[in-house]
Write a protein that binds this ligand. Structure first.
Ligand SMILES: Cc1cc2nc3c(=O)[nH]c(=O)nc-3n(C[C@H](O)[C@H](O)[C@H](O)COP(=O)(O)OP(=O)(O)OC[C@H]3O[C@@H](n4cnc5c(N)ncnc54)[C@H](O)[C@@H]3O)c2cc1C
Length: 421
């Protein structure tokens, strides 16, 4: 595999760009593997990479029904942050941010991680108290957080609506400076290239249609390209989790599939240096500006269950209303594109990285709105769980059976209502 380096860019520039290898191979599936990962999204690719790199398990296949990176990893608004409060979440998401900070070097691929900072607004004295509690908890856990006054927010983001007529008057915000955005496709491609170079087979256009079991143990999978045997199978299929777990006979899961839309505007000159978000009973919105100038934004789920990767019109209206309420200057900006992904919403809003009741079958799911930022830590922990057949300390609380044992990790405090998490 040719390394990406300044020297190789110059050398290939002078020699007709003939010295580059393909970023990853296109292998035929083998009859059997030590580990099969289902789903070549961010989590599946990262898991395979860390299995090979950290645990020396290289006889690994990733099976993807479409093309790698065609699911949520390539559809999200790319916000990376670690502003969590509850035990389990705080250390996991902070570990993820630390992996992000090294990821481009680790993968020898520029994932364009931009720590531009995230500003989460609040709009009432009660919300200020809640924000202060969150910021203090973060700091006590060694995670950076600052409280900003209304004037400090205005200095940083002058285009927000600070007028007397503002629909949601801004009273202040929490700033996490180390939060930011990354290039979503590059994360998928970087992990794919690095995993492939360690010998992992990435098999695209290979849909898993059945999970094979003998007694209480998994033995492989049925696919559109035939049966493939494996000692261990890890599921990392995001919004398709309930389909795959049904194939494995796991019964009803504490997961619902919902769709989430994102939007990007025509490119603008630099307007917004931060990621900005707000969440209120009357509106939920997050926005950043991409390196190409497009305003990238989104809001709530579509609020009905579906596996279809497309959204409905009322959410356009809702999100556009939230955008203009926050930044009135956006009202004449034209939308360039819109798309949707299918979210694996869990009952407590917290992920599952866990063994299952079937020996050799492992589950990575329940990422709700926020799985992109978790990609490195999720892959790291899922790989450890599969390799050792026991959870890593960072995902010890993310078990599947926590719902039976009443040990939910409900960051939002909205109870078992997946669409509200
Ligand atoms: C619009 C939108 C905005 C978002 N914004 C953010 C954000 O700002 N920050 C953040 O942290 N998170 C965000 N998310 C969430 C994040 O994108 C997801 O939680 C995360 O990407 C899910 O993990 P993944 O990358 O592995 O999923 P995916 O990329 O969806 O990977 C799952 C893969 O499994 C494959 N698959 C499914 N069934 C089968 C089968 N039977 N056989 C083989 N393959 C199969 C799919 O084709 C897919 O490629 C957003 C999501 C969306 C949709």
């Amino acid at each position: 595999m040719t390394r990406y380096s300044a020297w190789n860019v110059i050398k290939n520039g002078l020699t007709g760009q003939k010295g580059w290898d393909r970023a990853w191979r296109d292998p035929e599936p083998k009859e059997s593997y030590d580990v099969i990962i289902v789903g070549a999204g961010g989590h599946g690719l990262a898991t395979a990479y860390y299995l090979a790199k950290e645990h020396g398990i290289r006889n690994v296949a990733i099976l993807e029904k479409g093309y790698l990176g065609g699911g949520n990893v390539g559809r999200n608004t790319t916000i990376v942050r670690s502003n969590y409060m509850l035990p389990g979440n705080t250390e996991f998401y902070e570990f993820s941010v630390k992996l992000w900070e090294q990821l481009s070097h680790e993968l020898n691929y520029n994932v364009m991680f931009s720590q531009r900072g995230q500003i989460v607004l609040f709009h009432s004295p009660a919300a200020r108290d809640a924000a202060a509690k969150r910021a203090n908890t973060m700091r006590m856990n060694g995670i950076d957080a600052e409280m900003l006054s209304r004037d400090q927010v205005r200095e940083r983001v002058p285009h927000l609506d600070f007028s007397d007529r503002a629909r949601f008057p801004i009273q202040g915000a929490i700033l996490q400076k180390r939060a930011g955005t990354a290039r979503h496709d590059a994360v998928a491609w970087g992990y794919a290239r690095a995993a492939d170079s360690l010998g992992v087979d990435i098999i695209q256009n290979c849909e898993v249609t059945g999970v094979l079991r003998e007694g209480g143990r998994v033995t492989g999978v049925e696919t559109t390209r035939g049966v493939i045997k494996a000692n261990k199978v890890g599921l990392a299929v995001a919004g398709n989790t309930s389909r795959l777990t049904a194939m494995a006979g796991l019964g009803r899961m504490p997961i619902e599939t919902h769709k989430l839309q994102a939007f990007v505007s025509e490119p603008l000159k630099p307007l917004l240096d931060y990621v900005v978000a707000y969440a209120l009973p009357g509106g939920h919105f997050y926005i950043s500006q991409s390196d190409k100038g497009g305003m990238v934004f989104g809001g709530d789920l579509d609020m009905y269950n579906s596996y279809a990767q497309r959204g409905n019109l009322p959410i356009y209206e809702d999100v556009a209303g939230c955008a203009v309420a926050l930044m009135p200057c956006l009202k004449r900006v034209r939308l360039l594109r819109q798309w949707a992904g299918v979210m694996d919403m869990s009952m407590d809003g917290t992920p599952i990285i866990s063994k299952t009741p079937v020996d050799g079958l492992y589950l990575n799911a329940g990422w709700c709105y926020g799985g992109f930022k978790a990609t490195p830590a999720s892959g790291w922990c899922f790989a450890a769980t599969i390799a050792r057949d026991a959870p890593h300390e960072l995902n010890a609380l993310f078990t599947l059976d926590r719902f039976e044992r009443g040990l939910q990790i409900d960051e939002k405090g909205v109870g078992p209502t997946p669409k509200l998490h």
